[in-house]
Write a protein that binds this ligand. Sequence first.
Ligand code: CP
Length: 325
Amino acid sequence: MALSLGKDLIGLEELSADQIRLILDTAEPFKEVSERAIKKVPTLRGKTIVNLFFESSTRTRISFEFAEKRLSADTVNVASSGSSVEKGENLVDTARNLESMRIDMVVMRHPSSGAAQFLAKRIRSNVINAGDGTHEHPTQALLDLLTIRDRLGRIEGVKVCICGDILHSRVARSNIWGLVKLGAEVAVCGPRSLMPRGIEGLGVKLFRRIEEAMEWAEVLNVLRLQLERMQAGFIPSLREYNRVFGVTVERLARASRKLLVLHPGPMNRGVEIDSRVADGEQSVILHQVTNGVAVRMAVLYLLAGGNPERAEAAKGQGSSREGAE
Ligand code: CP
């Protein structure tokens, strides 16, 4: 039987290594669509997708919307502010009302862990998790994996250290699942107060000092310090955090390897990452953002029932005609 993703994409925990590779391979031909003068193929023409964003987002929301439009789907954006959620309507009622208008897919970001799974069990439409609480952010991890593979030519055996606020990070969880399944060596590094208890149980090494992590790793994925949570006293001060854990040009220069630096964004410049690193030659942060569109096109295409072997042909459909218009 042909490999598929099933009905929904909730997290990388549920996917096999082959399913993750399928998404990455399917993203490859879609990269080229965004480089065209007319960035559109008719692959999802006639499909209706609702983007339900109950939490703020720049990269994920916009790149899903670009991915949907480049595949010619019809899209509607719903935010909690300005919708009947503000009047107390619950998630399932909101989604069922949308389904009554004959939609095909829901892309959802939600502050509660488990919200995407909860919704997926209750509606017929495909559900894609665009980040749920501290649980998972699967498409972010997929674009991180694609970027590492683009830059290093492989994922298996690559040493990746995820640095910073692991405790609150759905990006860290999805990256750990994805990287471990694809055979990478994975480590985490951060303050004790921002490290989930028992994290080694997920198959990762633990570094307490950023210098040691940098000496070990080939790739650093630097996480945002979730400043909105820092009133709870997780760290003494931002300055202190930067002094002890900040990814700086000086620290990178002392590492014996030339590390690749990723960051999912949004960045706190001068806190977890210095501007000279973020904008420097070892940074692939904007490459990650570019890959986000192709990865999301691949996920939408596969969940809509697209044949992965026809992704190359799908991106070619109508391109010469539309390109000439
Ligand atoms: N990386 C990420 O999820 O960014 P946004 O919150 O801007 O979507």
